[in-house]
Design a protein around this ligand. Structure first.
Ligand code: GLN
Length: 483
C-alpha cells in the first residue's frame, strides 16, 4: 500500500481488516515526511514520538473491538497550526506564539481522537492565517509539491501541500476568506469550507471570528465527507455552533445529481480570470451536464463588493482578536522596556510580522470613531446585500459553480510586495465567508506549468450534502474517463 497515494478511507479499512497495523501506517507516513520535508516544508512540528505511541494505543483498541464504526480509525491526520493541541506547540506560524503550548485541545482534535485518528503534526500557514501564499510564516515558506518554485497558496498552504505532496493523507485547515479552498486548488487536492456554524471553532485561534471556519483537505471527496462527519455538529463550548446539523453520509453523496440546477454567475467569468482557468471550468460544465445537471447563467452583481467588505471586516475583527497579544497574558514578551506602554509597543513591534501589522493598522483605522460609519458599517451593509443576493440566487438554482482563484499558483516571492493585487486574488472565495455559505474546491485540470486548477461549488446554508454529492459525481465521472 503506497501511503502517498492511498485515500484515508482505504487506509482505515486496511487497518481495521488487519492488512496492516496503525503503527506501520504511521511509520510509513513519517518515513515519507522525512524524505519530502526538506523539499516542501509543510510542517512546523512533526509529532513523531506522540504519533507512534498513540498508534499503539489505537491498535489495542481496534483489537478490542472499539472503533468498529469509525471509518477513519487509525488514520494519521495533519493539523493546521492555528488549531489548539493540548501540550503541543500551537504557533499560528508567528513569532508571537512561537513557544505557546495550549492547555486544552480544540473540539475538532477531541473528536478526531475519539474517532481513533492520530494527530501527526502541525502544518505551516501564513502568520495568524493572514495571507494567500504561506510566505508570511515566521517558520519559512512552504513550497508547492507540483512545482517547487511556486507557492502552495494560503493560508492553509502547509495542510494542502502535505496532502498533495505525500506528507499527509488528510488534513484540517481553516478558511476565513478562502484559506482551505484556494491552497487546495493551487495544490490539486479537495478542500471543503463548511457552513459557518457547522464545525466548532472552540480552540481555533481567532483571526476574524464571524468568518473563520475549520474544514477538511483531502485527496478525495469521500475522505472529506468522512472527516466532516467526525468534526461537525453541535458543541456547547462554541455558542455560534449550529444545533441541528446533519453531516452527509457516504451513501448520501453517492446519489445521482440528475436534474440538479447549477448556476454560473457571469460576474465570476469576467475580466481578471485567466484563460486557462476559464477553459478548465468550461470543461467542468460539460462533465456536470454529462452527470445530469442543468447549467444556467445567473447574476451576482454585488460580488464586486466582496473583497473590499471582506478586508474591512476581517481586519477589524483581527485588530480586536489580536489585541490579546500584549506581552502580559501569554506569548512572546519583549526583553527591553521602561514602562507598561513600552512593553506593549515593543512586544507587538517585535512579535508581529509585516502583513499582520498592516492588517491590525487597517482594522484599528476602520473601527476608529471618525471612520466607523464610513468603513466598518458600510462593509456590514455590503455583507448583508451580498447575503440577500445569494439568497435570491438560491431560489433559482441548487448550487453555484465558479473558479476558486483567477489564476494558478504564483511564483514564490512574487506576491507580497503588491498586497492589493494579492487581496484581489480572493475575489471568488471571500463572498462565501461573508455569507456563511458552504463551498468546496475540487481539482479539475493543470496549466502549462503543471500547476493544478480547481473549481468551486457553493451551496445553500448546510447543503454540504448537495455540494459533496455533486463534487463526488464529478470526480467519479472524470476518473472513469481516465481509465
Ligand atoms: N487570503 C485571505 C486573507 O489573507 C484568506 C485568509 C484565510 O482564509 N485565513 O485574509
Amino acid at each position: 500500500m503506497d501511503i502517498t497515494k492511498v485515500s484515508a478511507l482505504q487506509l482505515s479499512k486496511a487497518i481495521r481488516s488487519k492488512e496492516l497495523t496503525v503503527k506501520e501506517a504511521v511509520l510509513a507516513q513519517l518515513n515519507e515526511i522525512r524524505k519530502r520535508e526538506p523539499l516542501y516544508h509543510c510542517y512546523i512540528s512533526i509529532l513523531e514520538e506522540q504519533a507512534i505511541k498513540r498508534a499503539d494505543e489505537v491498535q489495542k483498541k481496534i483489537e478490542q473491538g472499539e472503533y468498529s464504526n469509525s471509518l477513519l480509525a487509525g488514520v494519521p491526520v495533519a493539523i493546521k497550526d492555528n488549531i489548539c493541541t493540548k501540550g503541543i506547540k500551537t504557533t499560528c506560524a508567528s513569532h508571537m506564539l512561537s513557544e505557546f503550548c495550549p492547555l486544552y485541545d480544540a473540539e475538532v482534535i477531541t473528536r478526531l481522537e475519539a474517532a481513533g485518528c492520530i494527530i501527526l503534526g502541525k502544518t505551516n500557514l501564513d502568520e495568524f492565517a493572514m495571507g494567500s501564499t504561506t510566505e508570511t510564516s515566521y517558520f519559512g515558506v512552504t513550497k508547492n509539491p507540483n512545482h517547487i518554485n511556486y507557492v502552495p497558496g494560503g493560508s492553509s498552504g502547509g495542510s494542502a501541500a502535505a496532502v498533495a505532496g505525500g506528507e499527509a493523507i488528510i488534513a484540517l485547515g481553516s478558511d476565513t476568506g478562502g484559506s482551505i479552498r484556494q491552497p487546495s486548488s493551487f495544490c490539486g487536492v479537495v478542500g471543503l469550507k463548511p457552513t459557518y456554524g457547522m464545525v466548532s471553532r472552540y480552540g481555533l485561534i481567532a483571526y476574524a471570528s464571524s468568518l473563520d471556519q475549520i474544514g477538511p483537505i483531502g485527496r478525495t471527496v469521500e475522505d472529506c465527507t468522512a472527516i466532516l462527519q467526525i468534526i461537525a455538529g453541535k458543541d456547547e463550548k462554541d455558542s455560534t455552533c449550529a444545533v441541528n446539523t446533519v453531516s452527509p453520509s457516504l451513501k448520501a453523496i453517492r446519489q445521482s445529481i440528475q436534474g440538479k440546477r447549477i448556476g454560473l454567475p457571469v460576474e465570476y467569468f469576467e475580466e481578471g480570470l485567466s484563460k486557462e482557468v476559464r477553459i478548465a471550468i468550461l470543461k467542468v460544465i460539460e462533465v456536470l451536464k454529462e452527470c445530469g445537471a442543468n447549467i444556467e447563467e445567473i447574476k451576482l452583481n454585488t460580488s464586486i463588493y466582496g473583497v473590499p467588505a471582506y478586508y474591512i471586516l476581517a481586519c477589524a475583527e483581527a485588530s480586536s482578536n489580536l489585541s490579546r497579544y500584549d506581552g502580559v497574558k501569554y506569548g512572546f514578551r519583549a526583553s527591553k522596556y521602561e514602562d507598561l506602554s513600552e512593553l506593549y509597543k515593543e512586544t507587538r513591534s517585535l512579535g508581529f510580522g509585516t502583513e499582520v501589522k498592516r492588517r491590525l493598522l487597517i482594522g484599528s483605522f476602520v473601527l476608529s470613531s471618525g471612520y466607523y460609519d464610513a468603513y466598518y458599517n458600510k462593509a456590514l451593509k455590503a455583507k448583508n446585500i451580498l447575503r440577500e443576493e445569494f439568497h435570491l440566487a438560491f431560489e433559482k438554482v441548487d448550487l453555484i459553480l465558479t473558479p476558486v482563484a483567477p489564476t494558478t499558483a504564483p511564483k514564490l516571492g512574487e506576491s507580497l510586495f503588491d498586497p492589493l493585487k494579492m487581496y484581489l486574488g480572493d475575489s471568488y472565495t471571500v463572498p462565501v465567508n461573508l455569507t456563511g455559505l458552504p463551498a468546496i474546491s475540487v481539482p479539475c485540470a493543470k496549466d502549462k506549468n503543471n500547476l493544478p486548477i480547481g473549481f468551486q461549488l457553493i451551496g445553500k446554508p448546510f447543503a454540504e450534502q448537495e455540494i459533496l454529492q455533486t463534487a463526488y459525481q464529478y470526480e467519479r465521472t472524470v476518473q472513469k474517463g481516465e481509465k
